[in-house]
Design a protein around this ligand. Structure first.
Ligand SMILES: Nc1ncnc2c1ncn2[C@@H]1O[C@H](COP(=O)(O)OP(=O)(O)O)[C@@H](O)[C@H]1O
Ligand SMILES: [Mg+2]
Length: 287
């Protein structure tokens, strides 16, 4: 299997940012992300390129367009810092860096087998606020997962940033940067989305599916378990079949968080709470 070469930051981006320091934070098929410092300012630089097909995996072209698509969304949301453009193999974006710790890592101490403890509700409220604010503006995120919530460190009130807006639904995307929504990471995918993707290869991100995704996210971060049981090495189609055909695992989280996650994971999207209701419940529990 050929080892793909790690790309470097394209010259056009270096010319804009003139970085004093940069380090790779993620390098995987189709996407490389750097943390870049420019004096006091810190940015995330994302580079997208196509994934060539091999005997081990399917090819994909949308990964080349994802950073520009996200850049469009960030600007539509009012970011004056976010920029995007095209490079030889795809597209890129520059966006503000959100310092902190992702939800899955932050809750590691609560998942210890011998002395599990209740994850803090203020963390949950911070995540719910981040997603709820996006919903209030008329968008659906489409790719809710623990790695996409970055929670602030330190002593002040916790805040969460919701990142990776490449699959957001509801934005006006220029045709040259747009691509169909083909579902998200199945570990956080709502059954109605999984069903549509199995039937037609495509779906539409919805706020109801985001609520399910947040339920699956909180369940994973609190317990280490996926919402639905399937083997680690199950092909994606088999994962989606399991999400459609099986009930989610029993929610074994104590207290109000357990009740909330159970409600968010309801199979019928109409039975799930809205993010406004979720935030209301959490606000009264944390008061
Ligand atoms: N704006 C940001 N602030 C802080 N970390 C970020 C930011 N954007 C990306 N990252 C880091 O890079 C990782 C991958 O970014 P993501 O936007 O999810 O890219 P991908 O499209 O490859 O999934 C994230 O999990 C996070 O660790
Ligand atoms: Mg991501």
């Amino acid at each position: 299997m050929p080892v793909p070469e790690t790309p470097s930051i394209p010259a056009a981006i270096l010319a804009i940012l003139n970085p004093t320091d940069s380090r790779i934070v993620l390098d995987r098929r189709g996407s490389t992300v750097w943390h870049v410092r420019c004096g006091q300012a810190r940015y995330a630089v994302k580079l997208g390129y196509p994934i060539p097909a091999t005997e081990h995996w399917d090819g994909a072209d949308w990964t080349a367009l994802a950073p520009a698509r996200e850049g469009v969304v960030l600007q539509e949301l009012g970011s004056t810092t976010a920029t995007y453009g095209v490079w030889a193999q795809g597209t890129w974006n520059v966006q503000p860096w959100h310092p902190g710790t992702d939800l899955q890592s932050r809750w590691t101490p609560h998942r210890t087998r011998h002395a599990p403890s209740r994850p803090p509700l203020p963390d949950v409220l911070a995540c719910a606020d981040a997603l709820g604010e996006l919903h209030d503006k008329g968008y659906a995120h489409g790719d809710v997962q623990p790695a996409h919530f970055i929670l602030s460190d330190g002593d002040g009130p916790v805040q969460a940033a919701l990142i990776d807006l490449a699959l957001v639904g509801g934005a006006a995307i220029p045709a040259r940067f747009d691509f169909p929504y083909r579902g998200c990471l199945v570990h956080y995918e709502a059954p109605e989305i999984a069903r549509r993707v199995l039937e037609s290869g495509e779906a539409t991100p919805t706020r109801e599916a985001d609520v399910y995704g947040l339920g699956a996210t909180l369940f994973m971060a609190a317990t280490g378990w996926r919402h639905v049981e399937y083997p680690d090495d199950a092909p994606r189609t088999a994962q989606r079949r399991a999400v459609v055909d099986r009930s989610h695992r029993p929610v074994n989280i104590a207290g109000p968080l357990g009740r909330l996650v159970d409600d968010m994971l309801r199979p019928d999207p109409r039975d799930r709470p809205t993010m406004r209701e979720v935030r209301g419940t959490l606000a009264s529990e944390t008061r």
